[in-house]
Design a binder for this molecule. Structure first.
Ligand code: SF4
Ligand code: SF4
Length: 262
């Protein structure tokens, strides 16, 4: 088949409960977007195009967490339509900031916030996509890194494993020659338990990491908690620190609940 007649892989982008920031990371790839669009067919992407081609799709990119009964059904449909399913960002991989409600009474929020609560239908929990359907790859971050997204797309299109760093923010921090704010100033920093991807942005501005890329594989939250307690942090402060954008990811969730229980 000549390159002119070769079928282009169909990509679809789906949104669930989220702020759209991760989809914007794709649109923000201004220098690379034309090259990507030349290689694929953007079959479904309501944020960017009016075209809506029917599935099946070769790659489905999913942003957002599952928070309603309707979404819980829709993600099943999305999974059936996509050969490869990739989640984008903290909401889709860890329930997002909206998972903070998972420790609270949702009905009370609905009563207090909405003038006509009888029209609101929501689940008690905000959950990641992987709690509902099998996921082929999870891209971390709030929002995701544009470089990770481009690497993921290029690798998937040519059929190799994406080369996304699996080390912690501390390694990036050391690589840029940053003085450690935890050791030098006693500032709380989740860098040791957070996956790299941002180039250690926050320590570069003399502040601790609050974990927006989610837990690194093998995150030793117990050791970090002990260290932060020894530096004078209180349990309630650490429970809050672990409950950021990735609160429902198991390592951060467990660490925050242990701090809360003590
Ligand atoms: S500042 Fe934070 S991320 Fe950087 S080395 Fe220290 S603990 Fe790790
Ligand atoms: S919070 Fe942590 S992971 Fe997020 S940008 Fe700052 S240093 Fe990077």
């Amino acid at each position: 088949m000549s390159s002119k007649t070769k079928r282009k892989p169909k990509i679809a982008v789906f949104k669930f409960a989220s702020c759209d920031g991760c989809q914007l990371s794709l649109l923000d790839a201004e220098d690379e977007l034309l090259a990507i669009v030349g290689e694929v067919e953007l079959a479904y992407f309501p944020e960017a195009t009016r075209a809506a081609l029917r599935g099946p799709y070769d790659i489905g990119l999913v942003e957002g967490s599952i928070t309603t009964h309707h979404d819980a059904q829709r993600i099943q449909q999305v999974r059936r339509q996509c050969k490869t399913l990739v989640t984008l960002g903290a909401c889709a991989t860890a329930g997002g900031i909206q998972a903070l409600r998972n420790w609270k009474d949702v009905d009370e929020f609905v009563r207090v916030v909405y003038a006509s609560p009888q029209f609101i239908s929501t689940l008690k929990l905000s959950t990641p996509i992987s709690e509902h359907v099998p996921v082929d790859f999870e891209l971390r971050g709030c929002p995701i890194s544009k470089a990770h997204l481009l690497e993921l797309l290029s690798a998937t299109l040519i059929g190799r494993k994406p080369n996304i760093p699996a080390h912690s923010v501390c390694l990036e921090c050391k690589r840029r020659g940053q003085v450690c704010v935890l050791v030098a100033r006693g500032e709380p920093c989740l860098g040791p338990v957070t996956q790299a991807g941002c180039g250690a942005l926050c320590p570069g501005f003399d502040r601790g990491c609050f974990g927006c890329f989610g837990p690194v594989a093998g995150a030793n939250t117990a050791a970090l908690t002990a260290q932060l307690l020894a530096l004078g942090q209180k349990d309630y402060q650490l429970a809050r620190l672990f409950r950021g954008f990735n609160a429902w990811s198991w390592p951060f969730r467990k660490a925050s609940e242990e701090c809360e229980k003590r």
